[in-house]
Design a protein around this ligand. Structure first.
Ligand SMILES: Cc1cc2nc3c(=O)[nH]c(=O)nc-3n(C[C@H](O)[C@H](O)[C@H](O)COP(=O)(O)OP(=O)(O)OC[C@H]3O[C@@H](n4cnc5c(N)ncnc54)[C@H](O)[C@@H]3O)c2cc1C
Length: 312
């Protein structure tokens, strides 16, 4: 789990004294407050229990005020993008889930720099870059989720990752300060960065001029490859990171029979590193299958598989 959720969720807090105390204060910050919101509506797995509060924040002022309240009451919180890299447990999320709304979804271009709000869809940035004949984001064609999710997890494929093109990132620290960090401050590594302790506000991506047809043909070939390799269905992409020098899917394919399942969760027969969920599947099914795969790969191959998805 990212630092944002671990640091806050495990602190002692008093906000549980009642929804009645907190709700009016939250609604004073923004009307976009939902209570007992099923997280299954907000994750690509389509599973996950309720969040105590699910708040869509429209602008920086609201975000600052919310963070102030969070600190005052020691409320645990979790920031969500599109929920495409998450397994939310069946008991749901205690405290506040924050989603970034309108002001955080804007994308602007200046010369060969694209500034994308953390709440904007990565796919939108990919398309805008292509239309403006800017190359560098083609690798991301077909990766779902937001800019924020992509930045903190350094989303990518074997053809590239977002960390390679980040010029700077604006973040909000948990003590309420907006800061601008450089790409190297962000310490991007394989599906990770040092940004999990912040709320990412936006990212400035440095691209290069290229002709439109060149970009489109590269994107099309990447999309075709994805379609051929990846299954359709409810999941969160690759479940495990690839260990050094070997593909996780090969290890799983070699030690487990195709299509093996626990409850409503099963390993895709098309791609062994994808777990998919049937309608009615529980997060617990997915988590138990993850643990089972890890145990088998550890026992049979002596390799420790680390999850790429975040279990919340
Ligand atoms: C079909 C499919 C294919 C996929 N293919 C790929 C792939 O090729 N490559 C790849 O890298 N990933 C892939 N993924 C996984 C996923 O799409 C990426 O990890 C994506 O970047 C997650 O973005 P999100 O907005 O959905 O983040 P979420 O799942 O909502 O959140 C992921 C993490 O980011 C944190 N986060 C989100 N926004 C912010 C913010 N503003 N500030 C701070 N923290 C934030 C959350 O707290 C959480 O810890 C795939 C997923 C699916 C379903």
């Amino acid at each position: 789990m990212g630092d944002v959720e671990t640091t806050m969720i495990h602190q002692g807090y008093k906000w549980t004294d009642g929804t009645d105390v907190l709700l009016p204060q939250l609604v004073r910050i923004t009307p976009h407050v939902l209570t007992q919101e099923p997280m299954s509506k907000h994750t690509s797995f389509g599973i996950g229990g309720p969040a105590d509060f699910f708040i869509t924040i429209q602008n920086r002022g609201e975000l600052e005020r919310l963070l102030h309240l969070i600190r005052e009451y020691h409320i645990p919180f979790f920031i969500i993008g599109s929920g495409t890299n998450l397994v939310v447990r069946d008991k749901g999320i205690r405290g506040i889930v924050i989603k970034l709304g309108k002001e955080f979804r804007q994308i602007t271009i200046e010369h060969n720099l694209i500034t994308a709000g953390a709440g904007a869809l990565l796919s939108k940035a990919v398309n805008i870059a292509a239309k403006n004949e800017l190359s560098g984001l083609e690798f991301a064609a077909g990766i779902p989720g937001t800019i924020g999710g992509a930045i903190v997890g350094n989303a990518g494929t074997e053809t590239g990752c977002i960390g390679n093109i980040v010029n700077q990132v604006e973040v909000l620290s948990l003590d309420g300060r907006f800061e601008v960090l450089t790409g190297s401050d962000a310490e991007f590594s394989y599906r990770n960065s040092s940004l999990r302790k912040y709320i990412v506000i936006n990212a400035e991506l440095l691209l290069t001029k290229c002709d439109f047809l060149g970009i489109i043909s590269m994107m099309n070939s990447i999309l075709k490859k994805r379609q051929n390799a990846q299954p359709k269905g409810k999941g969160a992409g690759s479940i495990f990171k690839n260990p050094e020098g070997v593909s996780a899917w090969k290890l799983i394919r070699d030690v487990l029979p195709k299509g093996i399942r626990i409850g409503g969760a099963y390993i895709s027969s098309k791609h062994a590193n994808f777990i998919l969920a049937d309608k009615g599947a529980q997060a617990d099914d997915v988590e138990r299958l993850i643990i089972y795969i890890q145990e088998r790969v550890r026992k049979d191959c002596g390799v420790e598989l680390e999850t790429e998805v975040r279990i919340v």
